[in-house]
Design a protein around this ligand. Structure first.
Ligand SMILES: Nc1ncnc2c1ncn2[C@@H]1O[C@H](COP(=O)(O)OP(=O)(O)OP(=O)(O)O)[C@@H](O)[C@H]1O
Length: 510
C-alpha cells in the first residue's frame, strides 16, 4: 500500500466538507479498503461540563450529525485532562474500558472493538476519533500506525467544522435577535397614526402614493408634528418593510465622528478604531434610512451624502473598496430649507436630490379636531406604560382647555402634557390645569386651520359635544344609559360619526 497516497486521499475526504458527518462518511468508505472499520465517530470533550459529546457518527450507509452527551467519571476526566500529545489506543472491547464504556453504552457499541485516537492540535486537546468494528479484537498495530499519521487532518477537520457550526449557530441567533429587535422597533414606531383619516388624511394619501416607490421623500413640519411617525408609515407600507428602518439624527452626531458613524470604519483606520464597524448607511442596506434633522448636517457631510445618493456607494473610513448600498432615503426637517439655500447653509444640489417628493405635516393647531383622539390615545398608551389599573377620566372642560391651546411643541408636547396630567391626577379626573388659558389668548394661529378642513368648525363642535356626552355615559354608546339615547341618534350612526371624527369607541376607547 502507498501510505502517502492513503494520507492524501483520507485528507481530501475529511477536509472536503464542513459538514463533518458527510466528510466522516466519505472517509469511512475509503478507509474500509485498508482498515476493517464499520463505524466511525467524532466526540468532543466539554471540560466545563465534564461530558463527552458525540457530534458525528458514520456507518457504511450514511453519516449523521448528533449531539449525544455522556457524563464521565472524575477519574476518566483526569485521564483526559492530562492528555497533551497524540495518543492512539487499541481497545479490544469498548465495554471493558472506564473512559469508553459510558459513551459506547449510549451508542449501543459495548461489544465493539475500536481504535480510539485523541485529536490534539497545537498542544490543545480537541476531541476523540473512534474507528469501530463489530466484534472484538479486530484491529492490529498496522491499523494503529495508519491512523496515527492521520491525526492532524482529523484534528483540523473537527476544529473547522466545530467553528463553522458555532458560527452558523451565532449567525442564526443574531438573525433571530435582529428580527426580534426590528419587530420591537416596528411596534414602538409603527403605532397607530391618530388622525390618519382626518387631520392627516392628505398626508396619508401622499404616503400611500409614494411608499411603494424608492424615491426619496422630504418630510417638512414643525418639531413634534409626527415626522418620524410618518417616516415609519412610509417604510411599513413599502416593499422594504421587512428590511431595517435606521434613524440618523443628523444634529446629534459630533462632527468629528460623522464619517465613521454614517459610513463605518475599518479596523485601525484611526486611534480607537479597534475593530471594523459598519456605518448607519450600511446597516440600512435593503431598508430605509431616515435622516432626521437634515438641516443640521454640516457642509462637508452634505457633500458626502450627495455622493452616496448619486452613486449608491459608500467608502468606510480607512477602507479601499467602495461598498454598494441599496437604501431608500427619507429626510426630515423643521427648518426652512429654502431660506437655508439662500443663506448658502444648505447645498442646492442636495436639496433637489432630497426634495423629490416633499410632504408637509401640518402643526397640531391646524388640525385641532384630532386633539381629542390624540388625548385618548396617549391616555391609553401612558396608562399602559405606567401600569395603571384603571383608565383615568377627563374632567369636564378639560378637552376645551386643551383645544384652545396653540401647542407650539405639537403632538410631542401634548403627549408630555398627558403624561404629566396622569402623574398629577392620582386617579382623579384629568384637569390639565397647567395648560394655561393665557397661552391660548396668545394663539392667533388656531384660526388658519379652520379654513383648511372640511366644515371644520361644525366638526369640532360636534366632536366636543359627543365626547362630553360619552364622558357622562362612561364611554357607553348603546343601551338605556348610552350616549346614542341622550343624543337621540341611532347607535350605528353615532359610531359612524365618531369614526369620522376620530373618536375611539369599543375596545379602542378602553
Ligand atoms: N399622528 C400621531 N398619532 C400618534 N402619535 C403621534 C402622532 N404624531 C406624533 N405622535 C407621537 O408624538 C411624538 C412626536 O412625534 P415624532 O417624533 O414623530 O415628531 P417629529 O416631527 O419627528 O419631531 P422632531 O422634529 O422633534 O424630530 C412621538 O412620541 C409620536 O409617537
Amino acid at each position: 500500500m502507498d501510505e502517502k497516497n492513503f494520507f492524501r486521499e483520507v485528507t481530501l475526504r475529511i477536509c472536503g466538507s464542513l459538514e463533518i458527518e458527510k466528510a466522516l462518511w466519505e472517509c469511512l468508505l475509503y478507509i474500509r479498503q485498508f482498515i476493517p472499520a464499520s463505524h466511525m465517530a467524532f466526540h468532543v470533550y466539554h471540560r466545563d461540563l465534564g461530558i463527552i459529546e458525540t457530534v458525528a457518527h458514520a456507518t457504511t450507509e450514511t453519516g449523521k450529525a448528533l449531539s449525544i452527551r455522556t457524563p464521565i467519571s472524575p477519574k476518566a476526566r483526569r485521564q483526559i485532562e492530562e492528555q497533551r500529545s497524540v495518543r492512539v489506543r487499541l481497545i479490544d472491547r469498548l465495554g471493558d474500558n472506564a473512559v469508553t464504556r459510558p459513551v459506547a453504552r449510549q451508542l449501543g457499541a459495548l461489544n465493539l472493538s475500536a481504535i480510539v485516537m485523541d485529536l490534539v492540535l497545537e498542544r490543545t486537546f480537541l476531541g476523540i476519533l473512534s474507528v469501530l468494528n463489530d466484534g472484538e479484537n479486530k484491529f492490529d498495530d498496522i491499523h494503529i500506525r495508519l491512523m496515527r499519521c492521520l491525526n492532524e487532518p482529523f484534528a483540523i477537520a473537527l476544529t473547522n467544522s466545530l467553528r463553522f457550526r458555532e458560527l452558523s449557530h451565532l449567525r442564526d441567533l443574531l438573525a433571530d435577535d435582529n428580527r426580534y429587535l426590528q419587530d420591537e422597533l416596528r411596534k414602538m414606531a409603527g403605532e397607530e397614526i391618530i388622525g390618519a383619516d382626518f387631520g392627516l388624511r392628505g398626508v396619508m394619501e401622499l404616503v400611500r402614493q409614494v411608499a411603494h416607490l424608492d424615491s426619496p421623500v422630504l418630510l417638512l413640519g414643525e418639531t413634534g408634528t409626527g415626522k418620524e411617525v410618518v417616516a415609519n408609515a412610509i417604510h411599513n407600507l413599502s416593499l422594504r418593510k421587512d428590511g431595517p428602518f435606521i434613524k440618523v439624527n443628523c444634529g446629534a452626531i459630533p462632527e468629528n465622528l460623522m464619517d465613521s458613524e454614517l459610513f463605518g470604519h475599518e479596523k485601525g483606520a484611526f486611534t480607537g478604531a479597534f475593530s471594523r464597524k459598519r456605518g448607519l448607511f450600511e446597516r440600512a442596506h435593503g431598508g430605509t434610512l431616515f435622516l432626521d434633522e437634515i438641516g443640521e448636517l454640516p457642509p462637508e457631510a452634505q457633500v458626502r451624502l450627495l455622493r452616496v445618493l448619486q452613486e449608491k456607494e459608500i467608502d468606510r473610513v480607512g477602507g479601499s473598496n467602495p461598498i454598494r448600498v441599496d437604501i431608500r432615503v427619507i429626510a426630515a426637517t423643521h427648518r426652512d430649507l429654502e431660506a437655508m439655500l439662500t443663506q448658502r447653509r444648505f447645498r442646492e444640489d442636495l436639496y433637489f436630490r432630497l426634495r423629490v417628493f416633499p410632504i408637509s405635516i401640518p402643526p397640531l393647531r391646524e388640525r385641532i379636531a384630532d386633539l381629542p383622539a390624540l388625548v385618548q390615545h396617549f391616555i391609553q398608551k401612558k396608562s399602559r406604560d405606567m401600569k395603571l389599573d384603571r383608565l383615568p377620566m377627563l374632567a369636564p372642560a378639560a378637552i376645551d382647555r386643551l383645544m384652545a391651546y396653540p401647542w407650539p411643541g405639537n403632538v410631542r408636547e401634548l403627549e408630555n402634557a398627558v403624561e404629566r396630567a396622569l402623574i398629577l391626577s392620582r386617579g382623579k379626573p384629568l384637569t390639565f390645569s397647567d395648560i394655561r388659558p393665557r397661552a391660548c389668548e396668545q394663539a392667533p394661529a388656531i384660526q388658519p386651520e379652520l379654513k383648511q378642513t372640511e366644515s371644520p368648525a361644525l366638526d369640532i363642535v360636534m366632536a366636543r359635544h359627543i365626547r362630553r356626552v360619552l364622558d357622562m355615559c362612561g364611554g357607553r354608546v348603546e343601551g338605556p344609559r348610552g350616549a346614542a339615547l341622550i343624543l337621540d341618534i341611532n347607535p350605528s350612526t353615532l359610531r359612524k360619526r365618531m369614526k369620522k371624527l376620530g373618536i375611539p369607541f369599543g375596545r379602542k376607547a378602553r
